[in-house]
Design a protein. Structure first.
Length: 318
């Protein structure tokens, strides 16, 4: 079982309009609602790949109830199609789970995103989560720690969760930003997956190779940096590689990074070599761009791209 942690879960609402114009009224042509938050998106991609995944974090209020109902629907659908299973291990809280609103301009394909902060978490609710997390670690093959922290959760939370996982012998992947990323890296996660902007914020360097090496020196055992349409850069103890998609695909980039995390986790639990992990991550990321919402990917695009992703090794040592 792969465990994904989404402390700031969300109900993702997507509106589609013919054209988005400031200061104007719009007629919405389509509305979709999906369970959201980075770790939940990762879990949905993993389930589609055939992995059994457990999601934990917090859920509360009417919005949290909808998120859990939609998760159950996802599990039924994936099981019916021969995919993996998503198990709901979200911890209930008094506050109301946040919503994120994406407005898609169908003429241009651009998306405008509005994200609520999230509910405050009490000390008693945090203690309940930590008890649940300790129990879930006993059956986990890997843990993904993803996304922002809700109010009331200490900024060093991810560092604490990484240390707990290491004590249980479970490898971790960290995907966050800002101060939670800086503190989490110092706790020595097995993989950290920043994008170029997050990597620059962590290290102060805008040169990806130099910045990724710096992130390893700060504690990460491996760094897999998303470079957007330019692919993925990995710096590990075994070497350094760059993976590039064979072509640039137009579509919705929301959720592409989460699909890449799913590819890296899939390769980790399968004990695949790093070049194969990176090919999976880049192909899934590109296939997610062709899907309408985060947490999904175009299976045909993934299958077609997987063997065409170019993975090259850097001549210098990591």
């Amino acid at each position: 079982m792969i465990l994904t942690v989404t402390l700031n879960t969300a109900l993702d609402i997507t509106y589609r309009v013919p054209r988005l114009r400031p200061h104007a009224s719009h007629r919405v042509t389509e509305v979709t609602e999906r369970p959201g938050g980075k770790g939940i998106n990762v879990a949905r991609v993993l389930a589609a790949l055939g992995h059994h995944t457990t999601v934990t974090g917090f859920a509360g209020g009417v919005t949290g109830t909808v998120v859990r109902e939609l998760l159950a629907d996802d599990t039924d659908r994936d099981t019916d199609t021969g995919g993996g299973r998503i198990t709901d291990a979200l911890v209930p809280i008094a506050g109301t789970t946040r919503r994120t609103l994406g407005v898609v301009d169908t003429a241009s394909g651009d998306t405008t995103q509005l994200n609520e902060t999230g509910p405050a978490v009490t000390s008693a609710e945090w203690a309940a989560f930590m008890d649940a997390y300790a129990g879930l670690l006993r059956g986990a093959s890997a843990v993904a720690l993803c996304g922002s922290l809700p109010p009331g959760v200490p900024v060093g939370t991810y560092a604490q969760l990484i240390r707990e996982a290491r004590a249980a012998g479970v490898p971790t992947l960290l995907d966050t930003s800002g101060e939670p990323l800086r503190r989490g890296v110092a706790a020595r996660p097995d993989i950290v997956k920043p994008n170029a902007e997050e990597l620059a914020g962590l290290t102060g360097s805008t040169e990806p190779l130099r910045a990724a090496r710096d992130a390893r020196r700060r504690g990460a055992r491996a760094v897999a940096a998303s470079l957007g349409a330019d692919g993925l850069l990995a710096i590990t103890a075994q070497g350094a590689w760059r993976a590039t998609p064979p072509e640039r695909l137009a579509g919705n980039p929301t959720g592409a990074g989460d699909a890449a995390v799913a590819g890296l986790l899939s390769g980790l639990v399968d004990e695949a070599p790093w070049p194969e992990r990176m090919a999976r991550a880049v192909a899934l990321s590109a296939a997610a761009v062709r899907a309408p919402v985060a947490g999904e990917f175009d299976r045909a695009v993934y299958a077609e791209l997987l063997d065409r992703v170019e993975v090259t090794e850097h001549p210098s040592a990591a």
